[in-house]
Design a protein. Structure first.
Length: 528
Protein backbone atom coordinates (compact mmCIF):
# COMPACT_ATOMS: atom_id res chain seq x y z
CA UNK A 1 0.00 0.00 0.00
CA UNK A 2 2.77 2.44 0.91
CA UNK A 3 4.47 1.86 -2.46
CA UNK A 4 1.23 2.71 -4.27
CA UNK A 5 0.84 5.95 -2.32
CA UNK A 6 4.50 6.81 -2.91
CA UNK A 7 4.31 6.32 -6.69
CA UNK A 8 0.98 8.16 -7.02
CA UNK A 9 2.18 10.99 -4.77
CA UNK A 10 5.43 11.47 -6.70
CA UNK A 11 3.54 11.40 -10.00
CA UNK A 12 1.16 14.09 -8.77
CA UNK A 13 4.05 16.27 -7.54
CA UNK A 14 5.88 15.81 -10.84
CA UNK A 15 2.83 16.98 -12.81
CA UNK A 16 2.53 20.04 -10.53
CA UNK A 17 6.19 20.92 -11.03
CA UNK A 18 5.79 20.75 -14.81
CA UNK A 19 2.66 22.93 -14.96
CA UNK A 20 4.56 26.29 -15.08
CA UNK A 21 6.64 24.99 -17.99
CA UNK A 22 3.76 23.72 -20.14
CA UNK A 23 0.92 26.02 -19.03
CA UNK A 24 1.39 29.78 -19.36
CA UNK A 25 0.06 31.94 -17.89
CA UNK A 26 -0.78 30.05 -14.72
CA UNK A 27 -4.09 30.78 -12.99
CA UNK A 28 -3.82 32.81 -9.81
CA UNK A 29 -4.52 29.83 -7.56
CA UNK A 30 -1.37 28.15 -8.89
CA UNK A 31 0.87 31.23 -8.66
CA UNK A 32 2.98 29.60 -5.94
CA UNK A 33 4.37 27.28 -8.63
CA UNK A 34 5.47 30.05 -11.00
CA UNK A 35 9.15 29.79 -10.04
CA UNK A 36 9.32 26.06 -10.84
CA UNK A 37 10.03 26.02 -14.52
CA UNK A 38 12.77 24.71 -16.78
CA UNK A 39 14.95 27.54 -18.09
CA UNK A 40 16.76 27.26 -21.41
CA UNK A 41 20.50 27.80 -21.54
CA UNK A 42 22.49 30.09 -23.78
CA UNK A 43 22.82 27.50 -26.54
CA UNK A 44 19.04 26.96 -26.70
CA UNK A 45 17.45 30.39 -26.25
CA UNK A 46 20.34 32.55 -27.44
CA UNK A 47 22.13 35.22 -25.48
CA UNK A 48 25.54 36.74 -24.88
CA UNK A 49 28.86 34.99 -24.23
CA UNK A 50 31.70 37.14 -22.85
CA UNK A 51 35.23 36.44 -21.72
CA UNK A 52 36.57 39.26 -19.54
CA UNK A 53 40.24 39.74 -18.69
CA UNK A 54 40.94 41.29 -15.28
CA UNK A 55 43.96 43.62 -15.20
CA UNK A 56 45.36 42.10 -12.02
CA UNK A 57 48.64 43.99 -12.52
CA UNK A 58 46.71 47.25 -12.18
CA UNK A 59 45.22 45.92 -8.93
CA UNK A 60 48.78 45.64 -7.58
CA UNK A 61 49.50 49.21 -8.70
CA UNK A 62 46.29 50.43 -7.02
CA UNK A 63 47.29 48.71 -3.77
CA UNK A 64 50.76 50.27 -3.87
CA UNK A 65 49.24 53.72 -4.49
CA UNK A 66 46.89 53.31 -1.54
CA UNK A 67 49.80 52.32 0.68
CA UNK A 68 51.77 55.32 -0.60
CA UNK A 69 48.95 57.68 0.44
CA UNK A 70 48.74 56.01 3.83
CA UNK A 71 52.52 56.26 4.28
CA UNK A 72 52.43 60.01 3.49
CA UNK A 73 49.78 60.52 6.17
CA UNK A 74 51.73 58.49 8.72
CA UNK A 75 54.93 60.47 8.01
CA UNK A 76 53.07 63.77 8.44
CA UNK A 77 51.62 62.55 11.73
CA UNK A 78 55.13 61.60 12.84
CA UNK A 79 56.38 65.13 12.11
CA UNK A 80 58.35 64.28 8.98
CA UNK A 81 56.76 67.01 6.86
CA UNK A 82 59.49 67.20 4.24
CA UNK A 83 59.10 63.54 3.25
CA UNK A 84 58.14 62.65 -0.31
CA UNK A 85 56.70 59.27 -1.39
CA UNK A 86 56.72 58.23 -5.06
CA UNK A 87 55.96 55.00 -6.89
CA UNK A 88 58.89 53.84 -9.02
CA UNK A 89 57.35 50.79 -10.68
CA UNK A 90 54.56 48.28 -10.16
CA UNK A 91 55.67 47.13 -6.70
CA UNK A 92 58.28 49.64 -5.50
CA UNK A 93 58.03 52.94 -3.61
CA UNK A 94 60.78 55.52 -3.14
CA UNK A 95 60.64 57.53 0.10
CA UNK A 96 62.72 60.72 0.23
CA UNK A 97 63.25 62.14 3.72
CA UNK A 98 66.00 63.62 5.91
CA UNK A 99 68.86 61.22 6.60
CA UNK A 100 68.35 61.36 10.35
CA UNK A 101 64.81 59.97 9.96
CA UNK A 102 65.99 56.59 8.65
CA UNK A 103 65.27 54.72 11.89
CA UNK A 104 61.82 56.30 12.24
CA UNK A 105 60.93 55.14 8.72
CA UNK A 106 62.20 51.61 9.43
CA UNK A 107 60.11 51.36 12.61
CA UNK A 108 57.04 52.69 10.76
CA UNK A 109 57.39 50.15 7.94
CA UNK A 110 57.86 47.27 10.40
CA UNK A 111 54.81 48.22 12.47
CA UNK A 112 52.30 49.66 9.99
CA UNK A 113 53.43 48.32 6.58
CA UNK A 114 54.52 44.70 7.14
CA UNK A 115 53.74 43.84 3.51
CA UNK A 116 56.71 45.92 2.38
CA UNK A 117 60.40 45.26 2.87
CA UNK A 118 63.18 47.81 2.99
CA UNK A 119 65.34 47.83 -0.13
CA UNK A 120 68.38 49.77 -1.17
CA UNK A 121 69.01 53.31 0.14
CA UNK A 122 70.90 56.19 -1.43
CA UNK A 123 71.90 59.64 -0.26
CA UNK A 124 71.37 62.61 -2.56
CA UNK A 125 73.72 65.55 -2.97
CA UNK A 126 71.37 67.59 -0.78
CA UNK A 127 71.87 65.13 2.07
CA UNK A 128 68.41 63.53 1.73
CA UNK A 129 67.88 59.79 2.06
CA UNK A 130 66.08 57.94 -0.76
CA UNK A 131 64.81 54.66 0.68
CA UNK A 132 63.18 52.06 -1.57
CA UNK A 133 60.30 49.91 -0.31
CA UNK A 134 59.29 46.78 -2.21
CA UNK A 135 56.02 44.86 -1.93
CA UNK A 136 56.61 41.28 -0.77
CA UNK A 137 56.19 38.62 -3.50
CA UNK A 138 53.61 36.72 -1.47
CA UNK A 139 51.62 39.93 -1.05
CA UNK A 140 51.71 40.49 -4.82
CA UNK A 141 50.28 37.00 -5.35
CA UNK A 142 47.61 37.59 -2.71
CA UNK A 143 46.53 40.90 -4.30
CA UNK A 144 46.26 39.33 -7.76
CA UNK A 145 44.27 36.37 -6.44
CA UNK A 146 42.02 38.65 -4.39
CA UNK A 147 41.45 40.98 -7.36
CA UNK A 148 40.24 38.11 -9.53
CA UNK A 149 37.99 36.68 -6.81
CA UNK A 150 36.57 40.08 -5.89
CA UNK A 151 35.95 40.89 -9.56
CA UNK A 152 34.14 37.56 -9.94
CA UNK A 153 31.94 38.27 -6.92
CA UNK A 154 31.25 41.88 -7.94
CA UNK A 155 30.29 40.87 -11.48
CA UNK A 156 28.08 38.08 -10.11
CA UNK A 157 26.28 40.55 -7.82
CA UNK A 158 25.72 42.98 -10.69
CA UNK A 159 24.36 40.29 -12.99
CA UNK A 160 22.08 38.93 -10.26
CA UNK A 161 20.53 42.38 -9.85
CA UNK A 162 20.45 42.81 -13.64
CA UNK A 163 17.79 40.09 -13.69
CA UNK A 164 19.39 37.41 -15.88
CA UNK A 165 17.97 33.92 -15.34
CA UNK A 166 20.58 31.24 -14.63
CA UNK A 167 23.73 33.06 -15.79
CA UNK A 168 27.06 31.21 -15.99
CA UNK A 169 29.90 33.11 -14.28
CA UNK A 170 33.17 31.30 -13.64
CA UNK A 171 36.94 31.68 -13.61
CA UNK A 172 39.08 30.66 -16.56
CA UNK A 173 42.82 30.58 -16.03
CA UNK A 174 44.69 33.14 -13.94
CA UNK A 175 42.92 36.33 -15.02
CA UNK A 176 39.88 35.55 -17.19
CA UNK A 177 36.18 35.36 -16.27
CA UNK A 178 33.66 33.58 -18.52
CA UNK A 179 30.13 34.99 -18.53
CA UNK A 180 27.10 33.54 -20.30
CA UNK A 181 23.85 35.52 -20.20
CA UNK A 182 20.92 33.52 -21.62
CA UNK A 183 18.25 35.64 -23.27
CA UNK A 184 20.32 38.85 -23.33
CA UNK A 185 20.53 40.04 -26.94
CA UNK A 186 22.01 43.47 -26.11
CA UNK A 187 25.68 42.76 -25.38
CA UNK A 188 26.63 46.46 -25.31
CA UNK A 189 24.43 47.19 -22.30
CA UNK A 190 25.63 44.03 -20.58
CA UNK A 191 29.29 44.96 -21.19
CA UNK A 192 28.75 48.50 -19.92
CA UNK A 193 27.13 47.23 -16.74
CA UNK A 194 29.61 44.43 -16.09
CA UNK A 195 32.80 46.27 -16.97
CA UNK A 196 32.06 49.63 -15.36
CA UNK A 197 34.70 50.25 -12.71
CA UNK A 198 32.31 52.50 -10.76
CA UNK A 199 34.93 54.55 -8.91
CA UNK A 200 32.78 57.17 -7.21
CA UNK A 201 34.35 60.26 -5.67
CA UNK A 202 33.25 63.67 -4.39
CA UNK A 203 35.45 66.65 -5.31
CA UNK A 204 35.14 70.44 -5.01
CA UNK A 205 34.90 72.55 -8.16
CA UNK A 206 37.65 75.20 -8.32
CA UNK A 207 36.52 77.00 -11.50
CA UNK A 208 33.53 76.46 -13.80
CA UNK A 209 35.29 78.28 -16.65
CA UNK A 210 37.82 75.57 -17.51
CA UNK A 211 37.96 76.02 -21.30
CA UNK A 212 41.48 77.61 -21.26
CA UNK A 213 42.80 74.73 -19.16
CA UNK A 214 41.05 72.09 -21.30
CA UNK A 215 42.45 73.60 -24.53
CA UNK A 216 45.94 73.94 -23.08
CA UNK A 217 46.16 77.71 -23.46
CA UNK A 218 46.72 77.98 -19.71
CA UNK A 219 48.59 75.52 -17.49
CA UNK A 220 46.45 73.52 -15.08
CA UNK A 221 47.11 74.83 -11.56
CA UNK A 222 48.82 72.51 -9.12
CA UNK A 223 46.44 70.34 -7.12
CA UNK A 224 43.66 70.54 -9.72
CA UNK A 225 42.51 68.62 -12.78
CA UNK A 226 40.12 69.12 -15.67
CA UNK A 227 37.10 66.82 -15.81
CA UNK A 228 34.08 66.92 -18.09
CA UNK A 229 30.43 66.94 -17.19
CA UNK A 230 28.22 64.24 -18.63
CA UNK A 231 26.15 65.43 -21.56
CA UNK A 232 23.80 63.92 -24.13
CA UNK A 233 23.52 64.56 -27.83
CA UNK A 234 20.30 65.02 -29.81
CA UNK A 235 19.95 61.28 -30.26
CA UNK A 236 20.46 60.55 -26.56
CA UNK A 237 24.07 59.42 -26.98
CA UNK A 238 26.50 60.20 -24.17
CA UNK A 239 29.28 62.68 -24.85
CA UNK A 240 31.61 65.13 -23.14
CA UNK A 241 29.95 68.25 -21.87
CA UNK A 242 31.34 71.35 -20.22
CA UNK A 243 34.84 71.06 -18.69
CA UNK A 244 35.22 71.94 -15.02
CA UNK A 245 38.39 72.59 -13.04
CA UNK A 246 38.12 70.46 -9.89
CA UNK A 247 40.45 69.94 -6.97
CA UNK A 248 42.47 66.72 -7.22
CA UNK A 249 41.97 65.75 -3.60
CA UNK A 250 39.05 63.38 -3.04
CA UNK A 251 36.81 64.40 -0.15
CA UNK A 252 34.81 61.18 -0.07
CA UNK A 253 34.73 57.93 -2.08
CA UNK A 254 32.11 55.37 -3.03
CA UNK A 255 32.99 53.00 -0.21
CA UNK A 256 30.71 55.03 2.06
CA UNK A 257 27.63 54.27 -0.08
CA UNK A 258 25.34 51.81 1.68
CA UNK A 259 22.50 51.84 -0.86
CA UNK A 260 21.54 53.37 -4.20
CA UNK A 261 18.02 53.58 -5.60
CA UNK A 262 16.35 54.99 -8.71
CA UNK A 263 13.96 57.87 -8.09
CA UNK A 264 11.86 60.08 -10.42
CA UNK A 265 13.64 63.27 -11.56
CA UNK A 266 12.35 66.78 -12.07
CA UNK A 267 11.05 65.97 -15.54
CA UNK A 268 8.35 63.29 -16.00
CA UNK A 269 10.62 60.93 -17.97
CA UNK A 270 13.90 61.64 -16.15
CA UNK A 271 15.40 59.61 -13.34
CA UNK A 272 17.92 60.29 -10.57
CA UNK A 273 19.96 57.96 -8.36
CA UNK A 274 19.51 58.56 -4.63
CA UNK A 275 22.42 57.52 -2.41
CA UNK A 276 22.22 56.44 1.22
CA UNK A 277 25.54 56.81 3.05
CA UNK A 278 26.79 54.76 5.97
CA UNK A 279 27.55 56.34 9.37
CA UNK A 280 31.07 57.43 8.41
CA UNK A 281 29.86 58.75 5.06
CA UNK A 282 27.00 60.69 6.67
CA UNK A 283 29.45 62.35 9.07
CA UNK A 284 31.90 63.21 6.29
CA UNK A 285 29.18 64.53 3.99
CA UNK A 286 27.80 66.76 6.72
CA UNK A 287 31.29 68.14 7.45
CA UNK A 288 32.01 68.70 3.74
CA UNK A 289 28.76 70.54 3.07
CA UNK A 290 29.07 72.63 6.25
CA UNK A 291 32.58 73.79 5.34
CA UNK A 292 31.84 74.54 1.66
CA UNK A 293 28.51 76.38 1.53
CA UNK A 294 27.95 78.16 -1.83
CA UNK A 295 30.60 76.05 -3.56
CA UNK A 296 29.91 73.38 -6.17
CA UNK A 297 30.49 69.75 -5.25
CA UNK A 298 31.31 67.49 -8.20
CA UNK A 299 30.02 63.92 -8.03
CA UNK A 300 32.52 62.04 -10.19
CA UNK A 301 32.08 58.51 -11.49
CA UNK A 302 34.92 56.98 -13.52
CA UNK A 303 36.47 60.45 -14.18
CA UNK A 304 33.18 61.84 -15.50
CA UNK A 305 31.20 64.48 -13.61
CA UNK A 306 27.61 63.27 -13.38
CA UNK A 307 26.42 66.29 -11.46
CA UNK A 308 27.95 69.31 -9.71
CA UNK A 309 25.29 70.97 -7.56
CA UNK A 310 25.84 74.09 -5.46
CA UNK A 311 26.00 73.41 -1.73
CA UNK A 312 23.36 75.74 -0.31
CA UNK A 313 23.53 74.57 3.30
CA UNK A 314 24.84 71.90 5.60
CA UNK A 315 23.27 68.55 4.65
CA UNK A 316 22.80 66.10 7.54
CA UNK A 317 21.19 62.66 7.34
CA UNK A 318 23.60 60.93 4.98
CA UNK A 319 21.73 61.28 1.69
CA UNK A 320 23.01 62.48 -1.69
CA UNK A 321 21.64 62.55 -5.23
CA UNK A 322 23.24 61.88 -8.63
CA UNK A 323 21.36 63.52 -11.49
CA UNK A 324 22.28 63.41 -15.15
CA UNK A 325 19.15 63.16 -17.31
CA UNK A 326 19.19 59.39 -16.99
CA UNK A 327 16.77 57.06 -18.70
CA UNK A 328 15.26 54.36 -16.51
CA UNK A 329 17.72 51.70 -17.71
CA UNK A 330 20.73 54.00 -17.28
CA UNK A 331 19.72 54.99 -13.76
CA UNK A 332 19.00 51.37 -12.87
CA UNK A 333 22.37 50.18 -14.14
CA UNK A 334 24.19 52.98 -12.30
CA UNK A 335 22.38 52.12 -9.07
CA UNK A 336 23.38 48.47 -9.50
CA UNK A 337 27.10 49.18 -9.85
CA UNK A 338 27.04 51.61 -6.92
CA UNK A 339 25.24 49.11 -4.69
CA UNK A 340 27.51 46.20 -5.57
CA UNK A 341 30.71 48.21 -5.26
CA UNK A 342 33.56 49.07 -7.56
CA UNK A 343 35.64 46.53 -9.41
CA UNK A 344 39.09 46.21 -7.82
CA UNK A 345 40.79 46.38 -11.22
CA UNK A 346 39.84 47.29 -14.80
CA UNK A 347 38.38 44.56 -17.00
CA UNK A 348 38.52 44.27 -20.78
CA UNK A 349 36.45 42.15 -23.14
CA UNK A 350 38.75 39.47 -24.58
CA UNK A 351 36.03 37.54 -26.41
CA UNK A 352 32.42 38.26 -27.30
CA UNK A 353 29.79 36.11 -28.99
CA UNK A 354 26.09 36.65 -29.42
CA UNK A 355 24.01 33.52 -29.98
CA UNK A 356 20.81 34.26 -31.86
CA UNK A 357 17.49 32.63 -30.93
CA UNK A 358 17.29 30.99 -34.39
CA UNK A 359 20.31 28.84 -33.61
CA UNK A 360 18.72 27.91 -30.30
CA UNK A 361 15.49 26.88 -32.03
CA UNK A 362 17.47 24.65 -34.40
CA UNK A 363 19.22 23.06 -31.42
CA UNK A 364 15.92 22.45 -29.65
CA UNK A 365 14.42 20.95 -32.82
CA UNK A 366 17.40 18.63 -33.30
CA UNK A 367 17.37 17.71 -29.61
CA UNK A 368 13.65 16.86 -29.67
CA UNK A 369 14.17 14.84 -32.83
CA UNK A 370 16.97 12.81 -31.26
CA UNK A 371 14.84 12.35 -28.13
CA UNK A 372 11.86 11.09 -30.15
CA UNK A 373 13.91 8.80 -32.40
CA UNK A 374 15.91 7.35 -29.51
CA UNK A 375 12.84 6.88 -27.33
CA UNK A 376 10.84 5.26 -30.14
CA UNK A 377 13.58 2.76 -30.91
CA UNK A 378 13.90 1.79 -27.25
CA UNK A 379 10.13 1.39 -26.84
CA UNK A 380 9.74 -0.74 -29.98
CA UNK A 381 12.67 -2.96 -29.05
CA UNK A 382 11.33 -3.61 -25.54
CA UNK A 383 7.84 -4.42 -26.90
CA UNK A 384 9.23 -6.78 -29.51
CA UNK A 385 11.71 -8.58 -27.27
CA UNK A 386 9.89 -8.74 -23.91
CA UNK A 387 6.24 -8.35 -24.94
CA UNK A 388 4.10 -7.46 -21.87
CA UNK A 389 7.16 -7.10 -19.64
CA UNK A 390 8.54 -4.76 -22.29
CA UNK A 391 5.33 -2.76 -22.11
CA UNK A 392 5.88 -2.30 -18.37
CA UNK A 393 9.46 -1.24 -19.06
CA UNK A 394 8.17 1.35 -21.54
CA UNK A 395 5.72 2.64 -18.95
CA UNK A 396 8.62 2.95 -16.51
CA UNK A 397 10.52 4.85 -19.20
CA UNK A 398 7.67 7.38 -19.53
CA UNK A 399 7.57 7.70 -15.76
CA UNK A 400 11.29 8.24 -15.75
CA UNK A 401 11.15 11.10 -18.27
CA UNK A 402 8.28 12.68 -16.30
CA UNK A 403 10.23 12.56 -13.01
CA UNK A 404 13.45 13.74 -14.69
CA UNK A 405 11.97 16.85 -16.32
CA UNK A 406 9.91 17.60 -13.20
CA UNK A 407 13.08 17.47 -11.07
CA UNK A 408 14.80 19.92 -13.45
CA UNK A 409 11.80 22.24 -13.09
CA UNK A 410 11.70 21.91 -9.30
CA UNK A 411 15.42 22.73 -9.01
CA UNK A 412 14.94 25.61 -11.51
CA UNK A 413 17.76 24.06 -13.54
CA UNK A 414 18.90 25.38 -16.89
CA UNK A 415 18.43 22.99 -19.81
CA UNK A 416 21.32 23.12 -22.28
CA UNK A 417 22.25 21.11 -25.33
CA UNK A 418 24.53 18.83 -23.26
CA UNK A 419 21.60 18.47 -20.86
CA UNK A 420 19.42 17.19 -23.70
CA UNK A 421 22.24 14.77 -24.54
CA UNK A 422 22.12 13.59 -20.92
CA UNK A 423 18.36 12.99 -21.19
CA UNK A 424 18.76 11.01 -24.42
CA UNK A 425 21.51 8.93 -22.80
CA UNK A 426 19.25 8.35 -19.80
CA UNK A 427 16.58 6.98 -22.15
CA UNK A 428 18.95 4.30 -23.35
CA UNK A 429 20.18 3.50 -19.85
CA UNK A 430 16.74 3.64 -18.22
CA UNK A 431 15.69 0.23 -19.55
CA UNK A 432 18.95 -1.38 -18.48
CA UNK A 433 17.53 -2.27 -15.07
CA UNK A 434 14.38 -3.72 -16.66
CA UNK A 435 16.49 -5.83 -19.01
CA UNK A 436 18.35 -7.33 -16.03
CA UNK A 437 15.09 -7.98 -14.16
CA UNK A 438 13.34 -9.53 -17.16
CA UNK A 439 16.27 -11.80 -17.95
CA UNK A 440 16.35 -13.01 -14.33
CA UNK A 441 12.58 -13.67 -14.47
CA UNK A 442 13.05 -15.68 -17.67
CA UNK A 443 15.78 -17.70 -16.02
CA UNK A 444 13.61 -18.45 -12.99
CA UNK A 445 10.71 -19.51 -15.24
CA UNK A 446 13.01 -21.89 -17.13
CA UNK A 447 13.96 -23.41 -13.77
CA UNK A 448 10.30 -24.30 -13.23
CA UNK A 449 9.24 -21.68 -10.71
CA UNK A 450 5.73 -20.24 -10.57
CA UNK A 451 4.91 -16.79 -11.90
CA UNK A 452 4.90 -15.16 -8.46
CA UNK A 453 8.10 -16.88 -7.34
CA UNK A 454 9.84 -16.02 -10.63
CA UNK A 455 8.97 -12.32 -10.28
CA UNK A 456 10.09 -12.18 -6.66
CA UNK A 457 13.34 -13.98 -7.38
CA UNK A 458 13.96 -11.93 -10.54
CA UNK A 459 13.74 -8.60 -8.72
CA UNK A 460 15.67 -9.85 -5.68
CA UNK A 461 18.60 -11.32 -7.62
CA UNK A 462 18.83 -8.52 -10.20
CA UNK A 463 18.87 -5.76 -7.57
CA UNK A 464 22.60 -6.04 -6.58
CA UNK A 465 23.73 -5.80 -10.20
CA UNK A 466 21.35 -2.88 -10.82
CA UNK A 467 22.64 -0.99 -7.78
CA UNK A 468 26.28 -1.62 -8.71
CA UNK A 469 25.98 -0.39 -12.30
CA UNK A 470 23.86 2.65 -11.43
CA UNK A 471 26.02 3.63 -8.46
CA UNK A 472 29.21 3.70 -10.53
CA UNK A 473 27.52 5.75 -13.26
CA UNK A 474 26.05 8.12 -10.65
CA UNK A 475 29.48 8.66 -9.09
CA UNK A 476 30.88 9.41 -12.55
CA UNK A 477 28.19 12.06 -12.94
CA UNK A 478 29.07 13.56 -9.54
CA UNK A 479 32.74 13.78 -10.57
CA UNK A 480 31.78 15.46 -13.85
CA UNK A 481 29.65 17.97 -11.95
CA UNK A 482 32.39 18.70 -9.41
CA UNK A 483 35.23 19.27 -11.84
CA UNK A 484 33.49 20.12 -15.13
CA UNK A 485 32.62 23.49 -16.60
CA UNK A 486 29.14 24.83 -17.41
CA UNK A 487 28.07 22.51 -20.29
CA UNK A 488 29.60 19.46 -18.57
CA UNK A 489 27.75 20.34 -15.37
CA UNK A 490 24.45 20.45 -17.29
CA UNK A 491 25.12 16.99 -18.71
CA UNK A 492 26.09 15.66 -15.25
CA UNK A 493 22.94 17.04 -13.58
CA UNK A 494 20.54 15.41 -16.05
CA UNK A 495 22.55 12.17 -15.94
CA UNK A 496 22.46 11.91 -12.13
CA UNK A 497 18.78 12.81 -11.84
CA UNK A 498 17.96 10.38 -14.66
CA UNK A 499 19.80 7.54 -12.91
CA UNK A 500 17.92 8.08 -9.65
CA UNK A 501 14.53 8.31 -11.37
CA UNK A 502 15.19 5.30 -13.66
CA UNK A 503 16.25 3.21 -10.67
CA UNK A 504 13.08 4.13 -8.81
CA UNK A 505 10.71 3.52 -11.73
CA UNK A 506 12.35 0.21 -12.73
CA UNK A 507 12.56 -1.34 -9.27
CA UNK A 508 9.51 0.16 -7.56
CA UNK A 509 7.15 1.22 -10.39
CA UNK A 510 7.17 -1.97 -12.49
CA UNK A 511 7.17 -4.22 -9.41
CA UNK A 512 4.06 -2.42 -8.19
CA UNK A 513 2.19 -3.30 -11.43
CA UNK A 514 3.33 -6.95 -11.30
CA UNK A 515 2.15 -7.25 -7.69
CA UNK A 516 -1.20 -5.68 -8.59
CA UNK A 517 -1.73 -8.18 -11.42
CA UNK A 518 -0.78 -11.17 -9.28
CA UNK A 519 -3.09 -10.08 -6.47
CA UNK A 520 -6.11 -9.44 -8.71
CA UNK A 521 -6.02 -12.51 -10.95
CA UNK A 522 -4.66 -16.03 -11.00
CA UNK A 523 -1.68 -15.70 -13.34
CA UNK A 524 -0.22 -18.98 -14.60
CA UNK A 525 2.13 -17.72 -17.33
CA UNK A 526 4.09 -14.53 -17.82
CA UNK A 527 4.59 -12.66 -21.08
CA UNK A 528 8.32 -12.05 -20.76
Amino acid sequence: MYRTLLVLGLTFIAVLCLLPTIWQPLPSWLSFLSANRVSLGLDLQGGTHLVLTVDIDQAVVNSVEINADELRRELRKAGVKSAKVERLDQTTLAVTLPNDQRDKLGDMVGQSFPNFKLGTAETTSEGMLVQKLSLLPEEVRRIKQSALEQSLETIRNRIDQFGVTEPVIQRQGDRDIVIQLPGIQDPERAKELIGKTAVLSFKLVRDANAEPFAKGTQPVPAGTEVLYELSKGPGGERRKGQPLLVESSTLMTGDVVSDARVRPGDLPSSRIVALDLNARGARLFEEITAANVNRRLAIVLDDTIYSAPVIKERIPGGRAVISGSFTTDEARDLAIVLRTGALPAPVTVAEERTVGPTLGEDSIRQGIRSFVVGGTLVILFMLFYYRFAGLLADLALIWNVLFLVAALAAFQATLTLPGIAGIVLTLGMAVDANVLINERIREELRNGKSARAAIEAGYERALPSILDSNTTTFLSGVILFQFGTGPIKGFAVTLCIGIVSSLFTAVVGTRLIWDYMLSRRHVQTLSV
